[in-house]
Design a binder for this molecule. Structure first.
Ligand code: KIV
Length: 295
């Protein structure tokens, strides 16, 4: 599947810069090297979520990786959690993001129920996602229990991003979205999960919603790059849900830094448009068609 097939015959499709060489899995993997006290990454990996072609175009030049997260269930579809997200949703949005990007490595989340049953089920789902979207990798949640599945996929040509700590698809087991690792036993389990996922062949690992020291510990003790969210500045990279960091929602989790206030700006623009439609000051002659002169 082409990674750059935007239909420029429609007026809204913005022609993008000349396609470059896409960031590869080995390139991400090799950003982390053995260091004096474990492992370290010189330049942190930049990851953001993207769900649409246009957002992918805007984010791509700034990111090493774009994640088509199953958070799209909540962000795009207004679902109460990521549990109801389907393969069809992930494939449609994954393909759009691949079409809108040319530089970043695109990873697509495997939705709940598409991989936990067996390694074979995971292979069927992951290969479908890769064929239908053109993405380079899939992400799946879980630690030690998912290690055999990660090894199965990695050994069969499917690069896997691991995801440990707070795993939102397990919200019904965890009982909520609070930070993990407050108890000693749970902290040990998070490190064991990350080690198992790393040993199984994940080429990078998202660590979400854990106490800072645990995330730092994980990053120093596993070979693949560790991408933090609600984790630690010592991670090998960071990811945020783009809509959170743009301020699309009034309420965001504590670990989110809001780099803009799009909710207020969109609301103000819509209010101005509504007012101009109502008082007929929009459209003006500059926004209406008239006969071409001389015809
Ligand atoms: O679904 C998602 O967006 C994610 C990130 C928050 C890491 O998994």
């Amino acid at each position: 599947m082409s990674t750059f097939t935007i239909d420029t015959s429609t007026s809204r499709a913005t022609p993008s810069p000349v396609p470059g060489k896409r960031t590869t899995v080995p390139a991400i993997r090799s950003r982390k090297l053995p260091a004096e006290n474990g492992f370290a990454t010189a330049e942190p990996i930049v990851m953001l979520t993207a769900y649409t072609m246009r957002m992918a175009q805007l984010l791509d030049p700034h990111c090493d990786m774009l994640l088509v997260g199953d958070s799209l269930g909540q962000v795009i579809y207004g679902l109460p959690s990521t549990i109801p997200v389907t393969m069809e949703m992930m494939c449609a949005h994954g393909a759009a993001v691949v079409r809108g990007s040319w530089h970043a490595l695109v990873a697509v989340d495997m939705p709940f129920g598409s991989y936990e049953g067996s390694p074979e089920q995971a292979f069927a789902s992951a290969s479908r996602i890769m064929k239908e979207t053109g993405c380079a990798a899939v992400k799946l949640e879980g630690g030690e229990a998912m290690a055999p599945t990660i090894a199965f996929l990695s050994g069969r040509g499917i690069p896997v991003v691991g995801h440990v700590g707070l795993t939102p698809q397990a919200v019904n087991v965890l009982g909520g979205y609070g930070a993990r690792g407050r108890e000693e036993q749970e902290a040990r389990k998070i490190l064991a999960d990350a080690r198992a996922v790393a040993d199984a062949g994940a080429f990078c690992i998202v660590v979400e919603g854990v106490l800072e020291d645990i995330a730092t510990d994980v990053a120093r003790n596993v070979a693949p790059p560790v991408i933090g969210i609600g984790a630690s500045a010592e991670c090998d990279g960071q990811v945020l849900v783009t809509d959170d960091m743009l301020g699309v929602f009034e309420r965001t989790p504590r670990f989110v830094k809001r780099y803009d206030d799009l909710a207020a700006r969109i609301s103000a623009a819509a209010a101005m448009y509504a007012s101009e439609v109502r008082d007929r000051s929009f459209p003006t002659s500059g926004q209406t068609y008239r006969p071409k002169s001389g015809s």
